[in-house]
Design a binder for this molecule. Structure first.
Ligand SMILES: CCCCCCCCCCCCC/C=C/C(=O)SCCNC(=O)CCNC(=O)[C@H](O)C(C)(C)COP(=O)(O)OP(=O)(O)OC[C@H]1O[C@@H](n2cnc3c(N)ncnc32)[C@H](O)[C@@H]1OP(=O)(O)O
Length: 543
């Protein structure tokens, strides 16, 4: 029996999968009609694909002429009614059986009798979908992998009713789209998910039973078995709700308890922690989808709000002890320092305590303060000041000992010690001069002037200012971003930037080269570069 020659392909569903399918079909030379719930969505997706093709041109992977011709072959349409002249329609809607049955019946009614109809389903019975059409012999599964333009595989699923000619024509079309085809009969999970989903669930059972942490399971799988991602990272990427839905199909349809979903997976989905797309699954993700290592950001809160967090010997001694503990903590990747209450970061050294000090006592107090500053500067992790109010005298000096400062719009900074007949005793003279320049530091130290957040931003004392209620969240975002980077690299950058301040430029450059070279051969350097080349996020371990 002769089958149809494929010239025009309809793609139903303009989400990530549908857009990917439309892109590879148009690139292969087919005219592609892309439809979604309305024309607007289809048009938006078509523009996105055109932009993607533009990027490929920029990277030299596609000629400008080929990109233009491909984009011309992509036609957004209002809906299924426009599929009348399509030789093949590929449905790529949400993985919901009732929806797909409805769409299949509608496509069948709109399409010409000899056209072929395929579903991109990853788990739903193609035989069942074929049965709601008047062309069951012309229906099969065409399961593309995500992201479609990059993944080489298409799993072709033969329904019980699929005619051999339909299979041959679709196989040729998939190969024309640059894909390698594997063939599966219509069985739960087909080939790929039949293997993948139990593997992902087994990793989850291992977490549930306390055999290992998600990080160790993923690292073990990656380094021991060599896939680009660990099973739990991959489950987060696919979406835990999708993994659960497929696991349930496998369990229900095959009826073997070895396919049951772990309680942990069910609970994560019940909590709404569905993986990367929801911001949280086995891991936590930022708004850009970057993995945020949990528990890697610490916060020190100066907590003496009734005295505007003024620094007395007890508070400074406690800081010294806590910072020594933090230095031993191998998990922390960034530290935030802030003040309790909504009025002050720290309004200075405790004037009442200082008022009765002798010279030697003041020296000991100052030295303790300097020891604390040195601890902060020489920690391997970045320390960020979140200045939420007054940062005066010792408070300003403490913020200056941090790697950088973000402040609330209400913050006030100053070195008002001259008002008390003394000078800054905890680095306020020279750290301030290095941050804002000698002239401004002199003026602030000689006049005791207090400046607001805008002025502090203008002179470079702070890196950013934020609404008071947003400050801590913003600083946590910055700290979390740093925590996703290579910890050894961040530590070396901090060390070189600090030590470079005190030496001539050629010596500073020498320090930089040594630190740069020292990072090569580390696990993190290998991981960072492999991740870039593998087009995946890096998972740094600090070794
Ligand atoms: C890693 C860093 C470690 C740092 C370790 C530092 C160690 C120290 C090193 C050695 C010292 C080096 C030299 C440093 C010197 C100084 O810091 S001198 C102090 C400089 N600061 C000031 O001069 C500010 C003083 N405060 C004020 O001017 C006002 O309080 C204010 C900030 C303008 C706010 O005014 P207002 O809103 O009216 O509040 P108040 O009622 O004044 O304050 C509320 C209570 O808080 C007490 N208080 C405020 N600041 C201090 C302070 N610096 N010391 C002690 N107590 C302070 C204030 O007395 C109020 O208390 P009560 O009266 O009991 O309510």
């Amino acid at each position: 029996m002769m089958t149809i020659e494929i010239r025009t392909v309809g793609v139903l569903g303009a989400g990530q999968m549908g857009s990917g399918i439309a892109q590879v079909a148009a690139t292969a030379g087919y005219t592609v009609k892309l439809a979604d719930v309305d024309l607007e969505r289809a048009t938006k997706a078509t523009s996105k694909i055109a932009a993607m093709l533009g990027k490929l041109v920029e990277k030299g992977k596609l000629t400008a002429e080929a990109a233009e011709a491909t984009a011309k072959r992509l036609i957004p349409v209002a809906g299924i009614a426009d599929f009348g002249d399509c030789d093949l329609v590929i449905e790529a809607a949400t993985e919901n059986v009732d929806l797909k049955l409805k769409l299949f019946a509608a496509c069948d009614a709109a399409m010409k009798p000899d056209a072929l109809l395929a579903s991109n389903t990853s788990s739903i019975s193609v035989t069942k979908l074929a049965a709601v059409t008047k062309r069951p012999g012309k229906v099969l599964g065409m399961h593309f992998m995500n992201p479609v333009p990059l993944m080489r595989l298409v799993e072709i699923v033969k329904a019980v009713q699929t005619e051999p000619e339909t299979y041959t024509t679709i196989k040729e079309a998939a190969e024309k789209m640059g894909k390698t085809v594997v063939t599966s009969n219509d069985a739960p999970g087909f080939l790929v998910n039949r293997i993948l989903i139990p593997m992902l669930c087994e990793a989850m059972f291992a977490v549930q039973e306390g055999v290992g942490t998600p990080e160790d399971i993923d690292t073990g799988a990656k380094l021991g078995l060599n896939p680009p991602m660990g099973p739990l990272e991959l489950a987060d990427l696919i979406g835990l709700d999708t993994v659960l839905a497929i696991a349930n199909v496998l369990y229900t349809d095959i009826g073997d308890t070895k396919y049951r979903a772990p309680t942990l997976l069910k609970n994560l989905v019940r909590a709404g922690w569905v993986g990367k797309k929801g911001g949280r699954g086995f891991y936590v993700y930022d708004e850009k989808g970057q993995k945020v290592p949990e528990g890697f950001v610490g916060t020190i809160t100066l907590n003496r709000p009734d005295k505007l967090n003024a620094l007395n010997a007890e508070l400074v001694g406690e800081l010294h002890r806590v910072l020594a503990e933090i230095r031993r903590d191998k998990d922390l990747r960034a530290l935030i320092v802030t003040g309790a209450g909504d009025k002050a970061f720290a309004a200075g050294a405790d004037i009442a305590a200082m008022s009765t000090m002798t010279g030697p006592e003041a020296k000991a107090f100052g030295e303790l303060g300097h020891a604390v500053g040195a601890q902060m500067e020489t920690l391997a992790i970045p320390v960020i000041a979140a200045v939420n109010g007054f940062a005066l005298g010792g408070g300003c000096e403490m913020a200056l000992a941090c790697d950088f400062i973000h402040a609330s719009t209400k913050a006030k900074f100053g070195q008002p010690e001259v008002n008390l007949g003394v000078i800054p005793g905890f680095g306020g003279t020279n750290r301030l001069a290095r941050r804002v320049g000698i002239g401004r530091a002199r003026e602030l130290c000689f006049t005791g002037d207090v400046i607001g957040a805008e002025e502090a931003l203008r002179i470079g004392l702070v890196n950013g200012i934020h609404a008071p209620e947003e400050l801590l969240g913003k600083v946590k975002e910055i700290a979390a971003k740093i925590a996703t980077k290579g910890p050894l690299a961040v530590a070396q950058a901090k060390r070189v930037l600090l030590r470079g301040l005190d030496v001539p430029l050629p010596t500073a450059n020498e320090l930089e080269v040594q630190a740069f070279a020292a990072l090569f051969g580390s696990e993190d350097q290998r991981e960072g570069m492999a991740a870039f080349l593998g087009k995946r996020p890096a998972n740094f371990v600090g070794r």
